[in-house]
Design a protein around this ligand. Structure first.
Ligand SMILES: O=C(O)c1[nH]c(=O)[nH]c(=O)c1Cl
Length: 314
């Protein structure tokens, strides 16, 4: 079988990539992703200026009893937009496509970054993060439909209607899938949606210390890992059904070929890994590729298109 695929008409050797934020904040990590067997890669969401982010501990793996996952309240630590723009100028696009993620603290900051990217005419693919749950005082744009609509109008226009994508928070209500998709479908240049970001503001508690386990926001943080897989699959399939003109990138709960297969079946074109990559490192891509190929072989599938988006209902 073959894992070859295309995304926005770009050829990829396989559909696997990192989730923004994991193993992609500094050049050494980005170079490790380039060397890895991922089919593509994305940078850490950046703000206009560098940020230290929230106080530590701000990331913890939750691996008491199975299932396992992670909680994080990083607070958007990043090297600042110019650092990542410079990286896009020296990336080897022949090896694999690069996405650049932006998460401006204000609409003006997002527009300033978009304007610089438009002038840079870089092959990097823009993913606008609408779903960071961890900046104190900043509500997630993806949960404010008016603000999301305004941002999309300004950003798509500012980007000269060049193709871009958005990183969405998980939604949990059919009416919200309907409303978010209706807004997104009014912007043809939004060529893909990445579902999902972490499930915001979960609370992990340690029974021995009788305490929360991360410092920021009294322990409230974004949840990732096994816990979010069914919600991630629902969001992938909901937007796959509602946005036939757009591609869906699946993210959430992928740690083996099995979950990658499920995301593809639900409608994802590419599949991102966050928590599992954080814990295992970039070697995970070779493992998950092999597992996915083995599942395809067992099922008699030659190409991803043999099952991609072909989830059955009862
Ligand atoms: O705290 C973070 O940096 C963070 N953490 C997340 O789980 N998702 C995001 O989009 C971001 Cl920007």
């Amino acid at each position: 079988p073959s894992l070859a695929t295309t995304f926005l008409d770009l050829p990829l050797t396989n559909p696997l990539m990192n989730a923004s934020g994991v193993w992609c904040s500094v050049a050494s990590q980005l170079e490790a992703l380039l060397e890895s067997e991922s089919g593509a890669m994305v940078t850490k969401s950046c703000t206009l200026e560098p940020r230290d982010g929230n106080p530590e501990p701000r990331y913890r793996v939750l691996d008491g009893n199975k299932p396992w996952g992670s909680i994080n309240s990083m607070g958007l630590p990043n090297e600042g937009f110019p650092y990542y723009l410079r990286y896009t100028e020296r990336h080897d696009y022949e090896t694999k496509p690069l996405f650049i993620s932006i998460s401006g603290l204000t609409l003006d900051d997002n527009l300033a970054m978009v304007d610089s990217l438009k002038d840079a005419v870089t092959p990097a693919i823009l993913e606008v993060n609408l779903s960071c749950p961890n900046v104190p005082g900043k509500a997630q744009l993806g949960y404010d439909f008016d603000a999301m609509d305004t941002l999309l109008a300004e950003v798509t226009s500012g980007y000269g209607q060049r193709q871009l994508g958005v990183k969405l928070p998980p939604y949990f209500d059919i009416a919200h899938f309907d409303e978010a998709a209706a807004i997104l479908n009014r912007y043809p240049s939004v060529a893909f949606v990445t579902c999902i970001n972490s499930i915001g503001n979960a609370l992990a508690i340690d029974i021995n210390s009788e305490s929360v386990i991360i410092k920021p926001k009294d322990g409230f943080g974004g949840l990732g890992g096994d816990y979010v897989l069914p919600t991630a699959l629902a969001n992938v399939n909901a937007f796959f059904r509602r946005c036939p003109e757009k591609a869906v990138i699946g993210c959430g709960g992928v740690k083996s070929g099995q979950e990658a297969f499920l995301h593809l079946l639900a409608g994802a074109t590419l599949v991102q890994m966050g928590t599992a990559l954080y814990e295992e490192g970039p070697g995970i891509f070779a493992r998950v590729k092999a597992e996915l190929l083995s599942i395809m072989a067992q099922k008699g599938y030659e190409n991803l298109s043999d099952f991609q988006g072909k989830l059955k209902t009862l």
